[in-house]
Design a protein around this ligand. Structure first.
Ligand code: ADP
Ligand code: MG
Length: 731
């Protein structure tokens, strides 16, 4: 047998089992070895029945004295019951829905049973214990030891998989270590093959720990190497310097109706220092919702424009792009720089009469494209249409990407691919290594912005070390948004309050997790009772507020429809807007004072914080009301129903009391992990099975060893990163 042998060559692998294994991605012996358990049960000590303690995981060695099965019509399950005994006492066993057990076991058998001790009417018992018949001369792979538990799908059992792994574990000695000796030595960790064999069949807790540590390091080291490759490639790229010109900046600031906060000044200064270099800037500007990131970007854009460069400002949605267009027009209208808006459905140039006469969108887009190519049009604001529609810039100096975390996977791929700008890819969260930076072409400086704070530990894991500027706190004079988790019975009160706000001229947002209940999502167990936009709209507009102007909006509506709604909202022609999370990012309606969130427990805290940031953007005291459905349950892996309401209550209580986006992000990161907080696209890229953002020491070691590494000396490392990347793209 070899590492590359097919699993079908193993004992007891027929056509069916092979198919099941393939479903798990296991085709070869090597795949099987790299298919790791995700937890263990410690059955290493065999206990006497007389000594069993309730609540403990134990293994007993006992003889079956009685065995029977019956059907329970209520639960529609077969129940198998057994009585077993050793020389110290008697114990009851019970299995639910495992009718085959009656065929596998019989009275008189000596068996190892492992499970959790409980007490029922008949006395001490084990519920659904795993079992293994004791046959003379065979070691027991399943029970009397630390037992690995694998992530499995239906159709293949833990026992089967364990048996298969036990056949091949010896082969792990042939797995070559990808870490060069000198690096492995510096880490002080064990060899890869040793770690692999121990992760499957540990003899002690210590085995598990040390093996895991090695595998964690591997994951983290790959991420760090990748970040390092990007950093080194960026260093090799060239960019045009955009020098800091005090007078230019001063003149621009004088036009603003406010003065910058200290945090804004510092961030601006950091960006200027980057832009002043002959290599491309790759900086992330983080700042809470409403912290004033746009103006910082505008100051930098202005300086680039003054030096004759073109500037792109890109946003993830049409609504947001239009809003940026408005604010950039008002900031730059008296200058010599024309501003254009370019999205899938829109092409406009401010103050250009010619474009108004063009009859079709295509003609308008061509007109804009021509002006951009000639360098006559300096500021392009839009969505990723700016990337996908083959625009060529004459002299691009700065690219600003707002709400970078909201760009979808496909859009990120585009940004990565489009070398027309020489965009450094890391800027959009997806780290991708450009092997061939165009030597002669200059790259634009890149500034991405996000209101979703990335805690330091996560940033370090994801990006190695990303250049980050942070605007903490909000501009002075803002009123704190009053947040309330509203009890079910107080719904009417909340609606009365909302009516009062509308009477005073304010506007209201209502957020629901779903657009509508369709046949498609009704089948998904957990979507049944989610609030949806269309039903909620109907309820509010017909029953609760028939006298008010209620409207709705969701992501898949036509862009023109969405823009029309936002325009009406802007003009105050809508009192209450029911919507999905499309309003989450950046939308600016200063007159809105109440944010209602239905099924609030369905959203991450960072996202809730974004919603909340849609109100409180002017002088009016603003409010955020959270509604929940306390009864909701989810199925856990074991098929049991689990009620999460306590945990979500705690989260929402924390949200009620905290207004700092960073605190919220850290809370959610600790409670729910990066996948939930930042979406699977961003955390999926980490592909971490063992490591987490909490392994700070290992992250640091990995970072240190990757930093400044000479890849030409270690071609195998480069290979490994590429291999890892191609694996990523398959998903
Ligand atoms: P975000 O960081 O969420 O993108 P914006 O840039 O949209 O926030 O700014 C929110 C609002 O705060 C805008 O109306 C902007 O004009 C205003 N603003 C920005 N900086 C200041 C400041 N230093 N003082 C007062 N208002 C400011
Ligand atoms: Mg913004």
């Amino acid at each position: 047998m070899q590492l590359k042998s097919k699993v079908s060559q193993l004992n007891r692998v027929g056509k069916t089992v092979e198919k099941q294994l393939n479903k798990l991605g296991i085709k070869t012996v090597r795949d099987l070895l790299l298919y790791y358990p995700f937890r263990y049960e410690d059955y290493s000590k065999v206990e006497k029945i007389a000594n069993l303690e309730v609540g403990k995981q134990v293994t007993i060695k006992a003889e079956i004295t009685k065995l029977s099965s019956r059907y329970n019509p209520r639960t529609r399950m077969v129940i198998v019951e057994a009585e077993v005994a050793d020389d110290s006492g008697v114990c009851n066993l019970i299995w639910f829905g495992q009718r085959f057990i009656i065929k596998v076991l019989k009275t008189g058998d000596w068996v190892n049973f492992s499970g959790k001790v409980s007490v029922n009417k008949k006395g001490i018992s084990l519920a659904s214990p795993s079992y293994e018949k004791i046959r003379a001369g065979f070691s027991t792979a399943h029970t009397a030891r630390i037992v690995p538990i694998y992530p499995l799908t239906y159709g293949i059992s833990q026992k089967q998989l364990r048996f298969l792994v036990s056949q091949v574990v010896g082969e792990s000695t042939n797995i070559a270590d990808w870490l060069p000796d000198d690096i492995l030595e510096k880490t002080g960790l064990m060899q890869l093959n040793e770690a692999i064999s121990k992760i499957h069949f540990p003899v002690s807790e210590n085995d598990i720990e040390t093996a895991k540590k090695r595998l964690k390091f591997d994951e983290l080291f790959i991420l760090q190497l990748r970040a390092e490759m990007i950093r080194q490639s960026l260093k090799r790229q060239k960019a045009s310097r955009i020098e800091f010109d005090k007078d230019v900046v001063k003149k621009f600031l004088e036009k603003l109706s406010f003065t910058l906060t200290d945090a804004q000044k510092i961030a601006t200064w950091e960006i200027f220092q980057d832009m002043n270099k002959a290599e491309p800037m790759n900086r992330l500007l983080q700042g809470d919702v409403g912290a004033g990131k746009t103006v910082v970007a505008a100051i930098c854009a202005n300086s680039a424009l003054e030096k004759g460069f073109q500037v792109i400002v890109m946003a993830p949605t049409e609504v947001l792009a239009s809003q940026h267009y408005e604010s950039f027009v008002s900031l730059f209208k008296d200058g010599k720089n024309n501003v254009c808006l370019y999205t899938r459905s829109k092409a406009e140039i401010h103050n250009d009469n010619n474009i108004g006469h063009l009859s079709t969108l295509v003609k308008k887009k061509n007109y804009i494209g021509e002006k951009i190519r000639k360098g006559e049009l300096k500021i392009a604001i839009g969505t990723h249409a700016l990337l996908s529609e083959n625009l060529v810039f004459k002299n691009l100096g700065l690219v600003v990407v707002d709400e970078q975390q909201r760009f979808g996977v496909e859009q990120r791929r585009l940004i990565r691919q489009k070398n027309i700008y020489g965009l450094p890819d890391a800027s959009v969260g997806m780290l991708d290594f450009q092997t061939k930076p165009a030597a002669s072409r200059k790259s634009a400086h890149f500034l991405s912005m996000t209101a979703t704070p990335i805690p330091r530990s996560l940033a370090l894991t994801l990006y190695g070390d990303l250049d980050v500027s942070i605007i903490r706190g909000l501009p002075p004079g803002r009123k704190k948004i009053i947040t309330r988790l509203v009890a079910k019975n107080d719904r009417t009160k909340a609606y009365d309050f909302i009516r009062g706000q509308v009477k005073q001229g304010r506007q209201i947002f209502v957020i629901c997790p779903l657009v509508e209940i369709t046949e498609d999502n009704i089948l998904k167990f957990d979507q049944l009772d989610k609030k949806n936009v269309l039903d909620e709209y109907k309820k509010l507009s017909e029953k609760i507020f028939p006298d008010l102007k209620v409207a709705y909006m969701y992501g898949k509506m036509k862009p023109v429809e969405k823009s029309a709604i936002m325009e009406k909202m802007n003009k105050g022609e809508i009192d209450i807007l029911v919507s999905t999370s499309v309003v989450e990012v950046g939308v600016d309606i200063p007159n809105a004072s109440v944010m209602v969130i239905e099924d609030a427990e369905r959203f991450g805290l960072a996202q809730l914080h974004q919603f909340r940031g849609r109100v409180g953007r002017s002088v009016y005291q603003s409010y955020c009301f959270l509604f929940t459905q306390h009864h909701f349950c989810v199925k856990n892996g074991a098929g049991f129903t689990e009620n999460f309401s306590q945990k979500s209550q705690d989260r929402l209580k924390f949200f009620e009391k905290n207004n700092d986006g960073f605190k919220l992000a850290e809370f959610d990161l600790a409670q729910r992990g990066p996948g939930e907080v930042y979406g699977t696209a961003q955390s999926g890229i980490m592909n971490l099975k063992f490591a987490s953002t909490r392994d700070i020491d290992l992250i640091k070691t990995a970072r240190q060893l990757a930093s400044g590494i000479d890849f030409s000396k270690y071609p195998s490392l480069k290979e490994r990163v590429k291999e890892w990347e191609s694996g990523m793209h398959l998903e």
